[in-house]
Design a binder for this molecule. Structure first.
Ligand code: CTP
Length: 423
């Protein structure tokens, strides 16, 4: 969990900063808030002290050197709050950032608690979220100051266009909290120390979700996959430091930040997307529920009843993507497949492990409580190659959340690679 230093300046968008402070605190981050005098005209310091359980910093001089009102800052003499906060922070976010603070940052002015903290925060990720009137934003001097801030290492979360509080319409409305939180998450990830990133430098390819095989412009064949397992794997691999490509069938999940997501519809699309990326992948995990068959013909127009009591569909096989990957994988590549079974789990899964040349196969039985498509948990049997094809190593794992399972599977794949000297 991160130390987030949130600077708030004078803008009506300060109300959105309440959501930021609240969300981050709930997510387990530690948040300290620094407000300018103008910000306090819009929202009170008490609001943020209550949301963050930490005194809000408002002035350089209200409490001696600013030390006695600062939680967690040791009470040694001359612990100065703006210096201590700048050292404490993992990331500095100014939201909303008025034209005034942007100009001061661009010039290096340090005339209050926030600007002094900004100047003392020499290194580390920092984000500006401008909020102002459309003309103030478009003004050449503001644009010049923003460009200077970018040169100084600030990430700028561009404001949106829309109706502004002043009645004008145009660009100047601060990005919504969700967008700012995503930018913060991305920067925190990108700035993690290397020792926290066991997958740094690895390319991980994940397939997820169902495929849809169209019958006509209105209908398709599909399955109940929601993509949750594959998305959990992609997000976990990203959090471990990997570069992740997620090839996803149609699902209702948000695209994960920091992951290259390739949206596909049919099994053939998924095959094409995987085939062109497979060479680059160190680890490939295929969690997608790929449709095994597609209609031989796709009707150009809606298939009509025309008084018929039924119709016959002729289906043909789709490519088996995992089997293709198993045939083409190099010794330095690691391949993990999934298997969804309703009976004879171990025997069927062992066939898939061997037949598709996987390094690991993760099998689950649709009928087991807590396993299956839409659940947030899974109960899996993990198979790895044994001494001969007939005797794989079989482990039964207890029910766990899909996130925890993703972590454990990736840990196991990394350990297998380390044992073989593959890293
Ligand atoms: N798979 C694939 N391409 C297919 C079918 C399956 O890549 N056309 C992959 C899945 O992503 C999964 C694994 O193969 O990793 C096993 O999928 P599953 O549906 O359990 O088994 P099938 O191989 O399709 O065999 P069956 O339907 O006969 O059980």
């Amino acid at each position: 969990m991160a130390h987030i230093l949130l600077g708030i300046t004078g803008s009506i968008a300060a109300f959105k900063a309440c959501h930021l402070a609240s969300d981050w605190s709930k997510q387990g981050h530690e948040v300290r808030v620094v407000m300018t005098a103008a910000a306090q005209e819009f929202v009170t310091p008490l609001t943020f002290s209550s949301l963050t359980h930490t005194p809000t910093r408002t002035s350089m001089f209200t409490a001696g050197l600013g030390s006695s009102d600062v939680a967690d800052v040791p009470t040694r003499p001359l612990q100065i709050a703006h210096i201590a906060d700048a050292k404490w922070a993992d990331i500095l976010v100014i939201a909303p950032a008025s034209a005034d603070i942007i100009a001061k940052i661009a010039c290096g002015i340090a005339d209050d608690q926030l600007t002094s903290t900004v100047l003392a925060y020499a290194e580390g990720p920092k984000i500006l979220c401008p909020a102002m009137n459309v003309h103030m934003y478009a003004n050449a001097v503001t644009q010049r100051n923003i460009a200077t801030c970018k040169e100084l290492g600030w990430t700028v979360v561009e404001p949106e266009s829309g109706m502004l509080a002043c009645g004008d319409a145009g660009k100047g409305r601060m990005e919504e909290p969700a967008g700012i939180e995503e930018a913060v998450d991305g920067l925190l990830l990108a700035n993690r120390p290397d020792e926290d990133l066991p997958f740094k430098g690895l390319n991980v390819l994940v397939t997820a979700g169902p495929t849809q095989e169209p019958l006509d412009p209105v209908r398709f064949l599909t399955n109940h996959s929601t993509g949750k397992m594959g998305y959990a794997l992609a997000e976990t691999a990203r959090d471990l430091g990997a570069h992740v490509t997620l090839v996803s069938g149609p699902v209702a999940l948000e695209k994960p930040y920091g992951v290259d997501t390739v949206a596909v519809t049919t099994a053939q699309d998924m095959f094409d997307a995987v085939r062109s990326r497979f060479d680059n992948a160190d680890i490939t995990v295929m969690a997608a529920a790929v449709g095994d068959f597609r209609p031989v013909e796709q009707a150009a127009d809606k298939i009509k009843k025309n008084g018929r009591s039924g119709i016959e569909l002729e289906l043909t096989s789709n490519p088996d993507i995992l089997a293709w990957a198993g045939e083409h994988k190099r010794p330095d590549q690691t391949l993990c497949g999934f298997a969804m079974e309703t009976r004879d789990l171990e025997a069927n899964a062992a066939k898939k492990l061997n037949g598709k040349h996987c390094d690991m196969l993760v099998a689950n039985n649709l009928r087991t409580p807590g396993a299956g498509f839409a659940a947030d948990t899974n109960v899996v049997t993990v198979l790895t190659p044994g001494t001969d094809a007939e005797s794989p190593v079989i482990e039964h794992w207890d029910r766990m959340g899909k996130g925890a399972l993703a972590q454990r599977l990736l840990d196991r794949l990394a350990a297998m690679r380390a044992e073989d000297g593959r890293r």
